[in-house]
Design a protein around this ligand. Structure first.
Ligand code: 4H7
Length: 182
């Protein structure tokens, strides 16, 4: 499974190098790349934001810069996910479905978001991690990478069995290893 993360803040993703995901990357079970959107600014001051097309308050990420960053990683089979508070709320079923993909491109917005014209052109799915507002899409992207990677073959302990039980409002997920239950 390959993840390409388009972000203005690649340094925010350091935590993913730890523990289970860090080992999964070392073992080549998952591949996570960070693409700094700012590297695609053609402006001499490396400017990436602009006033929204058609008006509105605040600033948005410029469409041309986001599109060029996307072009640098896109592939026929890649699925592009935009992390936004307006997206469909992520749940375990969606996580499991996403783990069947081979290449996810995660687009992280900052400022007031990203120019709508480029979103309409490149985004396949808009996902939120819950009903609250954050300063950027980076933490949601990390949540998605962590939850999806657990389903990738070889990321969790080899002989583990996943047992998932549901009741009305809660979902409990436990990973049962050979001798003990965690
Ligand atoms: C896209 C559009 C995801 C991304 C707007 C992202 C919460 C979630 C963002 C915005 C996110 C989630 C920019 C709107 C900052 C709010 C103060 C980044 N917040 N933002 N504004 N729930 N923020 O998954």
């Amino acid at each position: 499974m390959k993840f390409d993360v388009l972000t203005l803040f690649p340094e925010m993703f350091e935590p993913l190098k730890q523990s289970i995901l860090g080992r999964a990357v070392e073992k080549g079970k998952i591949d996570i790349n960070f693409i700094n959107i700012r590297d695609f600014s053609k402006d001499k001051h490396k400017k990436v934001d602009d006033t929204p097309y058609g008006g509105g308050a605040g600033m948005v990420l410029r469409p041309d810069v986001v599109y060029d960053a996307y072009q640098s990683v896109k592939e026929e089979k890649a699925k592009v996910i935009y992390l936004s508070p307006q997206g469909k709320t992520l749940n375990q079923k969606m996580v499991e479905e996403l783990s069947k993909e081979s290449h996810l491109i995660l687009l992280c917005g900052h400022y007031e978001g990203i120019d709508q014209r480029v979103l309409d052109k490149i985004v396949d799915e808009e996902i939120s991690i819950g009903d609250y507002v954050l300063t950027g899409g980076e933490i949601p992207a990390m949540v998605l990478i962590d939850s999806v990677s657990r389903y990738v073959e070889g990321v969790l302990k080899e002989d583990s069995v996943k047992e998932e039980s549901f009741n009305n409002r809660t979902i409990r997920i436990s990973t049962i290893y050979k001798t003990r239950s965690i």
